[in-house]
Write a protein that binds this ligand. Sequence first.
Ligand SMILES: NC(=O)c1ccc[n+]([C@@H]2O[C@H](COP(=O)([O-])OP(=O)(O)OC[C@H]3O[C@@H](n4cnc5c(N)ncnc54)[C@H](O)[C@@H]3O)[C@@H](O)[C@H]2O)c1
Ligand SMILES: [Zn+2]
Length: 352
Amino acid sequence: MKEIFSKEYNIFLGDDVFEKLAETLIHKEYSKVFVLMDNNTSLHCWPLLSAYLVNFVPIIIPDGEVNKNIRQAEFIWETLQSNFADRRALLINLGGGVISDIGGFCAATFKRGIDFINVPTTLLSMVDAAVGGKQGVDMLSFKNVIGVFKHPKEVFIYPPFLNTLNDNEKRNGLAELCKHALISDKALFEKLEAIPPDDWGVKLNSLIFQSLKIKVSIVKKDPLEKDLRKTLNFGHTIGHAIETASLLSDKVPLKHGEAVAIGIICEAFISKAIDHLSSKEFKNIVEYISNRFPKYKQKINQEQLILFMRNDKKNKEGNIHFTLLKKIGKAKVDIICEDDLIIQSLNYYQNL
Ligand SMILES: NC(=O)c1ccc[n+]([C@@H]2O[C@H](COP(=O)([O-])OP(=O)(O)OC[C@H]3O[C@@H](n4cnc5c(N)ncnc54)[C@H](O)[C@@H]3O)[C@@H](O)[C@H]2O)c1
Ligand SMILES: [Zn+2]
């Protein structure tokens, strides 16, 4: 079992983490344990975890980003309340980023805050969503506009959960893994490049661990996103806008990671234009993403995207701020970019 200890919480990763989880529960003496899952994780993941828990109340919500909203949050709060959860109750979030985001938000706000533990079940949530302390829900298709900062008590990562995850969902997590490498670890990017596209058979334990270490160390230095943490937004200024547009208009909306992958290409393009990312590194990034992610073929409404970017909670005074790459492994934050260059980057992607 691999471990990362930080002041606020500990992360355990390995094929034997559930014994540790059971130990934690005995030690903490929670008044009641609730387990939040969606219809898929209740089917595929719950049977592997349930043997380690006694006396729990399951809470099941329908899966998918469309359910990361205040109505499902209300259902979770109501279930906690009707089952007499007090402030010493615990919520275990068993699922992907949707479950850890909404579950963490509900736990952080219920009776002014109860403990929660994340047990991520998708690659994306293992490398990203389950750690970092950002919790929240979407509103009117705008991503994560309602939320809080609060850390889980502990995170238990059990990579064999990935065995039931389909390739699209694994690819989704790859975008965030790649982002972590691009902003701070060139050697990790080279390891990722060495895995052939569509080879999902490799054991990802050590890559997940390296990626997590990057996120944890960044969040530790800047928990409230004043400066360094903004490096984690690489690919997300354009990525989030495309994700929002797709949620509003596509029958099968882009997944978060798929939108971030497009954002990575566009923001690497902008990095080359303003921050001197070399043509060679730019080409490597574009090749890595294009060989692994299908091309988004829907029409991109550029004016609408710019509007969404201006509206992003991370921006100030109507300027659109970017995290860009100086080189692979080194990011720079708070760079203001003109609309014209953003449009050029979108055109570049569309013409690939
Ligand atoms: N808080 C943060 O810091 C942070 C960071 C990145 C992403 N996010 C959020 O995470 C969300 C995306 O997370 P996600 O990609 O994990 O999506 P998700 O939670 O919707 O999971 C994807 C799909 O996989 C299914 N699934 C989950 N685990 C499975 C398993 N082991 N086997 C089979 N099916 C399984 C789910 O039911 C769902 O249908 C977005 O809402 C995004 O905003 C948050
Ligand atoms: Zn992300």
